[in-house]
Design a protein. Structure first.
Lengths: 1029, 475
């Protein structure tokens, strides 16, 4: 560390000033009288002599003499040179540079940079786009808007989490956390999801913690996609970083803003169900049989749609009040937000209250202090759902159509259960659920001190603390309580993260051509979490939902601590504002790695060249801007706490005696940091005076030396061995087109299109491990990770087809004993051997947003799309198992219990030399064979719910109208806007079932493609009003 | 300026240097302990529970093969099977027991090592009987051997199981350790530290072992009878773990208290106990209402035909309930019992000492009935019924094996018995194959598949394993 300080001292010692005559003045914007703050004033030929203008545009500089030339430059303005001459007071007006890409984006450590100087991919989304979606979870608002970024919601349950993956899965570990780092106003915050049962199960649609942030407080979100962009943030940003800037006070008149909206939420896509056959077995009516394998329901008898019965209409009410104001010295911003939401299934609701206060104070020209405090309280309840058969959706999907789901209570309050295998979904929702509450405080304080005109110190410290109380209730009256006789778990999760960031930045124009910015920084991160769970079984009183009501209970506590110290340097050199070179290095010390390996360094270097400057194209009417960029970067990554070696843990007491056992996981004592290495090449082009902008990017990212829990043979005595192994490569092509198609005084049309094509590839696996299989839905489908494959590769069985191009039967189904054969079993292929059937990730995906403004009207719509990729509908096999499901065409219900002859061919020869003849064997499509989930051909991918999950979706439509300013002139209001917003208004997909873009495994999980068991996403229509005064 | 820089540098380095070491040395999990904190008396209760779990798990997954229960598809792609047993045995029971053995031998606490070897031998024999070849000599070595090869079933039987049993007896006979805290075995959930009972249990397991081995070495039959006679004196000494209300017996949750019961008593056992079976015709077994509960007003008990799915057969009217003896919350998981010993004697001496064979047969029935609480009068009536009582001359192997079948209800050992006789209808009259069996050709199931967890993580696997290949012991 002292090394860095030494470098810093050298740097400072290297500059001297030797000024002689003193000039004062003011810089204004164009012809207006408004002063321009932050304008760089340099003495030409003497790059070490420079100042920045103050708040009012004032400056003072000493120059060599009358021949000195002052250079005034500022982002977005045309640079001006003024010869000093005899003047002692120089007032300069700078003209805006219409040609420049004025955009300023927020990069690592909150540093705002001109987009043109960036040498890596960053994409920024502004508050308007976030707020107009009305999504209570701001992450969902980013969906379809950022190239290279994939966002999936966990469903439509109130408070449901969402998951974000930047540039693909980069871990071999199915349960690894692949989430990027979330940074709010320069301080990292938690986006943990704390899934019930750990990653790999999402029973209660738990939220991702970034969703606590009130979307109305967000000013912009910028996504740092690759290691080059996020290298400075260090190991926690190895999956990229999401940088959130929140609103702060604006100097001037104090304004108040009130925004309110109310929504109507409905499930928009449900699987088809058959309504022809009622309860029974083999065509015989049995009222206590859950399967719909009875006789046809007689005409005139009531028939019920399971989805109509289980789903109702949900609502969201969002109210936000904020105020902002201040003077040149001090500003403030405050907000109060409230969300109330009821879900589409019973016993499902969520509310959130947020309070935020932000202030800043300029005590002198040198010192600026700011701080903010954000308090969040949320409360939610959701019934049990999830991938198992015991969930609201799972039970509903197995209900027979001749049973009225709404009639489920006896007069004494007990459940009417028509079959012993099923709970009534509505009763279940009321009796198996989780309720939770959260209190969270995010606070930070920063100060910025200008040591000199060119050197400043920025220090920022922040805390993120939350306490999340969760109570999972399973009353003894539901089937899953058979063993427990009722269970309750009361869990308190706390999380505390303290960050301290120090950044010293020196910025000099070295000479006419070269400008240099050097930053040195230190970051200390301390993360403590606790998890205390009191849980038990055996209800004493039937209706008392407390752990105090349990016959037996245990308390478990799992605290963790993880500390990271980082030191970093960042040097940016630019040549004539045309070529930008950026070199960074960071060293991290992590508490979670072995002492000998806990210090690790990683560098990045990136280069951008605005070739249009060299070519003098800036005035070209067709092609006015062109930049190429390239970068190489590495980011290290540490382990989770307590992975090293082996531990013993205590067991729950039995017969009054508690034993201990060796843990099933063993960690390598020589664990090394994991590394992500990335190359990135990009080009930015602007045409027609910036009316059309193109940003294309190609990145190759390798995650090597991964810290993965390798599943081991149980016979080793362990289930899991944690070590460094394996390599995954992701190659991603990102494209953003931004077109200002129409731009007149009254009407504008802006269109942004983004496109991502991502290919993951497993380059190597841990030694001796051929394959890591994720198979909760075995034997139907499995996901396998193996060398040469991609993450998300599906394996399973296909129906056998004739593979003989020369034969007329080529491609036709192989029929054995009247039924289709699977997995080439006819020629002796073992059923245990699966074959590749598809991948869970799309071939490409993207979004297309269009905004129209006409006078006081604005209208926007966002389409997103994904092409290719397969999903497995877990729900489908449940529907089929109970004979309630329906094929897309309805043909299966039509054919039920009839004799059919499958359209295929039969082998009358040998396996070696088959002779194919037309199949003529009729078989009965009885429920026992045809629908039974374990029946062989039901297991084939063509029948088991495995389907292509391409989607074209109208994600968001927004129409708003602002009252004309003239109408408001005599009112206290400065702006009144009414809006109507729709989310998920329309979609088309070949996938039959619920929306295929809702992972059943929840946020933070690496498992994608399993769908159909969560509470489904909703189509929401919002009516909103926004008033400013 | 210099002052500011100086103080910045001080703050900067203080912040970093001062806290550095303290901040980083925090990687010891406060919620768990290291291996040095583990003790014999805290490992033992875990190991006993884990063993109970393997015995339960074996019986749960294997209950349909000896046709105690029926109701689920028997198929090669059924997602459930014996593979669910791999982890309870290899990651739970085996390492815990081996851990006790290592620590006890080092500390000279042979009382603990004797118990652990007894239980390890039982576990290993259970695994061998289900899987045939299985990892042992290369197992439980952690990262030192990530790919443990499988020992041949023959080696497991001829070398490892018997070594463990020999050592167990030897250890249990050694002087007690000198360390006072180790002299009495603490936290023994099964026998409360009574080494005499553990010695009898070790002998009981030896009796079972030699009975199995007699398939290969007929001379072992006599040894089996001797060991059985030297084992338990009554059913009160059975090797079993009794559960408690707060921690109910796993059968209770799986079947007893479950509303949705995936299995029901099969027609084979219900017919046999109702006097409609291959033997004991016309005699109602007083254990029937103890073992299972009639759920309809019909006076005739009807079980589910093996191969049928629960719910397919509407006239089935018996079920496992919270009051059924084996599926009560506080029922024991029986590892090995006095009744089994008597039937071992009866079988082993059937051809050599018919009188003792007959006596043991009667003791076995009586013990079985008394244990489950059948009233004395009903026991006498049953025992005196000519179809059961028989004489040494009229006693057949069928009677012994069927009474053993009834006494060992829901224990996996019965499956081994059936495979020893290769499901012979001369021994198990009227035993029929499941009516629906998705295994091609409807064969008798001979063994478990390879554990599902193994392919892909272990590079040293046996090949050609199918559920229909006959294990070495039964060839």
């Amino acid at each position: 560390m002292m090394k860095y300080l030494f470098v810093l001292c050298m740097l400072i010692g290297g500059f001297h000033s030797y000024a002689q005559s003193r000039i004062t003045g003011r810089v204004t914007s164009g012809n207006s009288k408004e002063g321009l703050a932050g304008v760089t004033v340099l003495e030409k030929g003497n790059p070490t002599n420079g100042v920045s203008t103050g708040v009012d545009g004032d400056f003072t500089i000493s120059v060599a003499g009358p021949n000195s030339v002052l250079v005034f430059s500022f982002i977005g303005y045309i640079t001006r040179e003024v010869t000093v001459g005899n003047q002692q007071n120089i007032n300069v007006g700078l003209n805006e540079d219409a040609r420049a890409l004025e955009e300023v984006v927020v990069t690592a450590f909150g540093v705002e940079q001109e987009r043109k100087s960036l040498s890596y991919a960053v994409q920024q989304v502004d508050s308007k786009l976030i707020q107009e979606t009305n999504q209570p979870n701001a992450l969902n608002a980013l969906r379809g808007r950022v190239a290279g970024v994939s966002i999936q919601s966990a469903g439509g349950a109130p408070g449901a989490g969402a998951t974000i993956v930047i540039r693909g899965i980069n871990s071999l570990n199915p349960s690894a956390n692949n989430q990027p780092l979330f940074v709010v106003d320069g301080i990292p915050i938690s986006n943990e999801t704390n899934l019930t049962g750990g990653r790999g199960g999402d029973t209660f649609s738990n939220t991702n913690r970034f969703a606590d942030i009130n979307p109305d407080d967000i000013a912009s979100i910028s996504v740092l996609k690759g290691p080059a962009a996020s290298a400075l943030y260090g190991l926690r940003a190895s999956n990229g970083a999401v940088i959130i800037t929140t609103k702060s006070g604006q100097a001037g008149k104090t304004t108040f803003n009130f925004r309110t909206s109310a929504s109507i939420d409905e499930v928009y896509r449900t699987p088809p169900m058959q309504d022809r056959y009622g309860r029974g077995s083999n065509g015989v009516y049995i009222p206590t049989e859950y399967r719909a394998d009875g006789p046809p329901i007689p005409a005139g008898e009531p028939v019920y749609d399971q989805w109509d019965q289980v789903f109702n209409t949900g609502h969201q009410f969002q109210n936000n009040f904020s105020f902002s104001g201040g003077t040149e010295q001090a500003t403030f911003y405050g907000s109060v937000g409230r969300l109330d939401q009821t879900g589409v299934v019973p016993n499902s609701e969520f509310d959130r209250t947020t309070v935020k206060i932000v202030g800043s104070l300029k005590t002198s020209e040198r010192l600026k202090i700011d701080g903010s405090a954000n308090f969040i309280n949320s409360n939610g309840t959701n019934p049990r759902s999830g991938t198992g058969g015991s969930g609201v959706i799972s039970y509903a999907s197995r209900y027979a159509p001749d049973v009225n789901m709404l009639n489920y209570l006896n007069p004494d309050g007990t459940q009417i259960r028509y079959a012993t295998q099923l709970d009534n979904p509505l009763f279940f929702a009321e009796n198996a659920y989780q309720d939770e509450s959260l209190n969270r405080i995010i606070g930070n304080m920063g100060l910025n001190y200008k040591l000199s005109d060119w050197l400043s110190v920025d220090y920022r410290a922040g805390i993120d603390y939350y306490s999340n109380q969760r109570r999972i209730v399973t009353r003894p009256t539901v089937l899953i309580a058979a063993t427990s006789r009722g269970s309750i778990s009361e869990q308190t999760l706390t999380y505390q993260e303290i960050n301290s960031n120090l950044l010293i930045t020196g910025e000099r124009q070295l000479n006419e051509n070269f400008g240099l910015t050097v930053s040195l920084g230190n970051q200390v991160t301390m993360i403590n979490s606790t998890d205390v769970t009191g849980s038990g079984t055996n209800f004493i009183l039937p209706d008392f939902n407390s752990v105090n009501n349990l016959g037996q209970y245990t308390v478990r506590s799992f605290p963790t601590e993880r500390n990271i110290i980082g030191a970093f340097g960042d040097a940016k050199l630019n040549y004539k504002e045309t070529v930008f070179l950026n070199v960074t290095g960071r060293n991290d010390w992590s508490s979670t790695l072995p002492v000998k390996n806990r210090s690790f360094f990683y560098p990045s270097v990136s280069l951008a060249y605005i070739f249009s400057e060299t070519l003098g194209l800036s005035q070209n009417r067709f092609f006015n801007y062109g930049k190429v960029r390239a970068s190489y970067a590495e980011v290290g990554k540490d382990a989770a706490p307590y992975l090293l070696g082996n531990y013993y843990s205590t067991q729950a007491p039995f017969l009054g005696v508690a034993g201990i056992r060796r843990s099933e996981t063993i960690g390598s004592e020589s664990l090394r940091p994991e590394r992500t290495k990335g190359y990135e090449f990009g080009v930015e082009l602007a045409f027609l005076g910036n009316r059309l902008k193109v940003d294309a990017n190609y990145a190759i990212q390798n995650s090597v030396d991964q810290i993965v829990p390798i599943p081991t043979s149980r016979a080793t005595g362990f289930t899991t061995y944690v070590t460094n192994a394996g390599e995954i490569q992701n190659r991603v092509l990102e494209l953003v087109l931004d077109a200002s198609l129409v731009k007149t005084n009254d009407f504008s049309w802006n269109s942004i299109f983004n496109f991502t094509r991502l290919r993951g590839e497993v380059l190597s696996m841990p030694e001796g491990v051929d394959v890591i299989t994720f198979q909760p839905e075995s034997p139907w489908v499995k996901q396998r990770i193996q060398t040469g494959g991609r993450p998300g590769d599906w394996y399973g069985w296909a129906l056998s087809r004739v593979e003989d191009p020369g034969n007329t039967a080529n491609g036709r189904l192989v029929i054995v004993n009247g039924y289709p054969d699977v997995n080439n079993n006819w020629r002796g292929a073992a059923l245990a051997e699966d074959s590749y059937i598809g991948n869970a990730f799309p071939d490409f995906e993207g979004g297309w947003n269009n905004s129209f403004n006409y006078k006081n009207f604005s209208f926007s719509f966002l389409f997103n799309f994904r092409k290719g990729g397969y999903a497995f509908d877990i729900n489908r096999r449940m529907r089929y198992g109970s004979a309630g499901g329906e094929a897309p065409t309805g043909a299966e219900t039509e054919l039920r219990n009839r004799l059919v002859v499958f359209d295929g061919v039969v082998n009358t020869g040998t396996v070696e030399s088959p002779v194919w003849v037309e199949n003529t064997t009729p078989v009965v499509l009885d429920v026992q064979n045809f629908y039974s989930q374990s029946f062989r051909y039901r297991l084939a991918k063509e029948f088991n719910g495995f389907q292509e999950a391409s989607v074209l979706r109208l994600q968001n439509v927004n129409i708003s109208y602002s009252l004309p300013k003239t109408w408001l002139a005599k009112t206290p209001f400065s702006n009144v806007t009414a809006s109507v917003t729709g989310n998920n208004l329309w979609m088309t997909s070949p996938f039959v079932g619920f929306d295929p873009e809702q992972s059943a495994y929840g946020p933070g999980s690496n498992v994608f493609g399993y769908v159909g068991t969560n509470i489904p996403a909703t189509r929401s229509v919002y009516f909103g009003l926004n008033v400013t005064f | 300026m210099k002052k500011i820089l100086y103080s910045t540098a001080i703050t900067f380095s203080a912040l970093f240097m001062g806290s550095c070491g303290d901040l980083l040395d925090v990687n010891n999990d406060p919620s768990r302990v290291g291996g040095d904190a583990a003790t014999l008396s805290t490992l033992l209760p875990s190991a006993e529970r884990f063993t109970s779990t393997t015995q339960y798990g074996s019986a749960q997954y294997g209950a349909q093969y000896p046709q105690y229960l029926a109701g689920q598809t028997i198929g090669q792609f059924s997602p459930y099977g014996f593979d669910q047993l791999w982890q309870p045995f290899y990651t739970d029971a085996f390492p815990s027991l081996q851990d006790i053995i290592n620590r006890a031998e080092e500390a000279g606490a042979y009382n603990y090592s004797g118990i652990a070897k007894t239980l390890l031998a039982l576990n290993l024999m259970t695994v061998a009987d289900i899987y045939g070849d299985a990892p042992y000599s290369q197992a439980n070595q952690g990262t030192a051997n990530l790919y443990p090869c499988y020992d041949k079933m023959e080696d497991l039987y001829r070398v490892h199981i018997i070594n463990l049993l020999d050592e167990a007896l030897a250890d249990l006979a050694k002087p007690l350790p000198t360390v006072p805290s180790l002299r009495a075995v603490q936290n023994d959930l099964i026998y409360g530290g009574d080494l005499a009972k553990w010695t009898k249990a070790a002998k009981a397991i030896r009796a079972r072992y030699f009975l199995h081995l007699s398939e290969k070495d007929p001379a072992a039959l006599a040894t089996a009878a001797q060991e059985a006679a030297a084992s338990f004196g009554s059913f009160s000494e059975d090797l079993q773990l009794v559960y408690e209300q707060q921690n109910p017996n796993p059968w209770f949750g799986f079947l007893g208290n479950a509303t949705n019961k995936p299995m029901q008593p099969s027609s084979y056992i219900v017919d046999l106990m109702s006097g409609r079976g291959g033997r004991f015709q016309g005699v109602s077994d007083p254990r029937l209402p103890v073992y299972m509960t009639r759920t309809s007003a019909t006076q005739t008990d009807v079980g589910l035909t093996p191969g049928r799915i629960v719910g397919d057969q509407t006239n089935v009217n018996v079920n496992m309930t919270p009051t059924s003896w084996h599926t009560r919350a506080v029922a024991p998981i029986q590892f090995i019992t006095y009744a089994e010993m008597q039937f071992i004697i009866a079988e082993a001496l059937f051809n050599t000492n018919r009188a003792e064979s007959h006596a043991a047969y009667r003791r076995g029935i009586e013990a079985s009935m008394t244990k489950v609480g059948v009233p004395v009068a009903e026991i006498s009536a049953y025992m005196n019924n000519p179809a059961v009582a028989l004489t040494p001359a009229t006693l057949t192997l069928q009677d012994i094996m069927l009474q053993k079948y009834l006494a060992l209800f829901l224990q996996i050992e019965t499956w081994t018995d059936m495979r020893r006789y290769q499901y012979d209808q001369n021994v198990y009259p009227r035993l029929e194959k499941p009516v629906i069996n998705q295994l091609p050709g409807n064969p008798w199931v001979q063994r478990s598949n390879l554990a599902d967890e193994e392919p892909g993580v272990n590079t040293c696997l046996p090949t050609g394993v199918t559920q229909t290949s006959v294990l070495w012991l039964f060839q």
